[in-house]
Design a protein around this ligand. Structure first.
Ligand code: GUN
Length: 270
């Protein structure tokens, strides 16, 4: 992540301090932790950060007004609405309100559409982080069979697109896929992003496969975080495997920083 510092310095040298604003509605405990990590990463790099905390009782119209104001604020380059929103909010409507140029999550349909078409633009943080992890260990997806377990808009669908762009053969599985193991055992690269603790056991993994665990699951009455992969049975089968916590999470934060800089840089080139 420290490799981003020269980009921050260059922006500041040109009179622009990159600025990320995070909106948090309500008091979801996991969200508080994630937001703290985001603010810390900004501080480490010299990126300005603001956190707007709103009570869960805030009317959706007021939340949308706040987003509208941030959209036109020239001193704010990136806007992120922390999910999940409390019950009763229309998440789709809220995240679509963020100006696509400031949408560092890549949730806006314009940005999601560009991703689908392969047009230049921001890439969503977790999928971008996964590709960076693969590059970091010299794992070229080209020609490999990548199996993605999970079909969310935030990870499953976009990571499938990014891996396809890198010439992998991609299979997307999900909670209704019968005999999941028969498919995951074919994976040279296995991305687990379903949100079910320990779903992927060692005997569902092809020996030597690269396993990326995106799961961050809490199990009742237990403070520990669990991935979607049963690490203990998987570690001796996989060729490489990401731990939870500490694998994909920090990469997501690093890519959020990178996207914030990209959004700020494009203000200078307009
Ligand atoms: N909640 C958990 N992960 C994320 C993320 O990547 N973006 C947003 N906006 N909310 C999240």
């Amino acid at each position: 992540m420290d490799s981003l510092v020269p980009r921050v310095e260059s922006l500041i040298g040109r009179g622009l301090t990159p600025h990320l604003t995070v909106i948090v509605v309500g008091d979801d405990p996991a969200s508080q932790v994630y937001v703290k990590h985001k603010v810390k990463a900004c501080q480490r790099l010299g990126i300005r950060s603001s956190v707007m905390r709103l009570p869960s009782s805030v009317p959706e119209s007021e939340l949308l007004d706040h987003i509208d104001r941030l959209n036109v604020d020239p001193d704010v380059h990136a806007v992120l609405v922390q999910l999940p929103l409390p019950k009763g909010f229309d998440e789709g409507r809220v995240v679509r309100r963020v100006d696509p140029r400031k949408d560092v999550d890549v949730f806006h349909p314009v940005n999601a559409g560009k991703l689908l078409l392969g047009d230049p633009g921001l890439e969503p943080c977790t999928p971008k982080g996964i590709v960076a992890l693969l590059d970091g260990i010299g794992c070229d997806p080209a020609g490999k069979h990548a199996v993605v377990v999970g079909r969310s808009n935030i990870v499953g669908k976009p990571i499938a697109l990014l891996l396809l762009r890198r010439n992998a053969t991609v299979t997307v599985c999900h909670s209704r896929t019968p005999d999941l193991g028969a498919i995951t055992r074919q994976a040279d690269i296995l991305v687990a992003a379903v949100g079910r603790a320990g779903l992927i056991k060692g005997d569902m993994i092809k020996p030597g496969a690269t396993v990326i665990d995106v799961g961050v699951n809490r199990v009742d009455g237990d403070k520990k975080l669990y991935g979607d992969v049963d690490f203990d049975s998987a570690v001796s089968v996989a060729g490489a495997i990401t731990p939870v916590p500490g694998g994909v999470g920090p990469m997501t934060i690093a890519m959020l920083m990178s996207n914030t800089l990209e959004a700020a840089e494009s203000c200078l080139t307009l």
